[in-house]
Ligand binder design. Structure first.
Ligand code: PGA
Length: 246
């Protein structure tokens, strides 16, 4: 059985003081039935690791370099993240694909770099509104996942996948449980091509997940958790989502 996973994506929000309060609230609300993690800006990883160590709440980064080391100003390598005991790294978030022109191949290389350091990549896929309206949703997410599958081979089973329709991110407009389930089922079918990946890989839903819609989304058979942006910055909302997951 896949254990449900709820991941907060803080994006470029937070401060050392605000983070300490938020993390204390999340830790204070344990135990959770689901696995819980927060993906924080890199500069906060040291504080986060110190505060969460031994708490069962895990942490990760929002991106990782595809390169192991070298002259890549501004980038952070997977080995550096591993020094802070990151359990996860988001890769291919739509904001990275859109604002930083990340290609499917680059996202796949980042997933590979994370795995090589024992960090689980959370590979994000999702279609824009224009692509959905043109009937291209499944083709787009299939193409995005295929690049990762090709790069990882059997190690595809070691990733977490997140379906995040771009039109639902930060808009307050959530995919209906049925819309999300249908894409998750298609992704699960595609995972079958790599060993036991279909059974093992957790497929999270992301895009305006809130306390009041989490339970119905998480009740879908192929939705194994949530990737939460805005609502992960509010302790009560995030804790309620974590509880809805188990
Ligand atoms: P949102 O963001 O929950 O604010 O829509 C989700 C995400 O971008 O991961």
């Amino acid at each position: 059985m896949r254990r449900k996973l709820v991941v907060g994506n803080w994006k470029m929000h937070g401060s050392r003081a605000a983070n300490a309060g938020l993390l204390a609230a999340i830790v204070g609300a344990r135990p959770y039935g689901a696995e819980v993690a927060v993906c924080v800006p890199c500069v906060f990883l040291g504080d986060t690791a110190a505060q969460l160590a031994g708490s069962e709440v895990q942490w990760g980064a929002q991106d990782v370099s595809a390169h192991a080391q070298g002259a890549y100003t501004g980038e952070v390598s997977a080995a550096m993240l591993a020094e802070y005991a990151c359990r996860f790294a988001l890769v291919g978030h739509s904001e990275r694909r859109q604002y930083h022109a990340e290609s499917d191949e680059l996202v796949a290389a980042k997933a590979q770099a994370a795995l090589a350091q024992g960090i689980t990549p959370i590979v994000c896929v999702g279609e824009t509104l224009g692509q959905r309206d043109a009937g291209l949703t499944e083709a787009v997410v299939a193409r995005q996942l295929a690049a990762v599958a090709q790069a990882l081979g059997a190690r595809l089973a070691d990733i977490v996948l997140a379906y995040e329709p771009v039109w639902a991110i930060g808009t307050g407009r959530t995919a209906t449980p049925a819309q999300a389930q249908s894409v998750h089922a298609a992704l699960r079918m595609q995972l079958q091509t790599a060993g036991d990946a279909a059974a093992r890989v957790r497929v999270l839903y992301g895009g305006s997940v809130k306390a009041d819609n989490a339970a119905e989304l998480l009740a879908m058979p192929d939705i194994d958790g949530a990737l939460v942006g805005g609502a992960s910055l509010k302790a009560a909302e995030f804790i309620a989502i974590c509880r809805a997951a188990g």
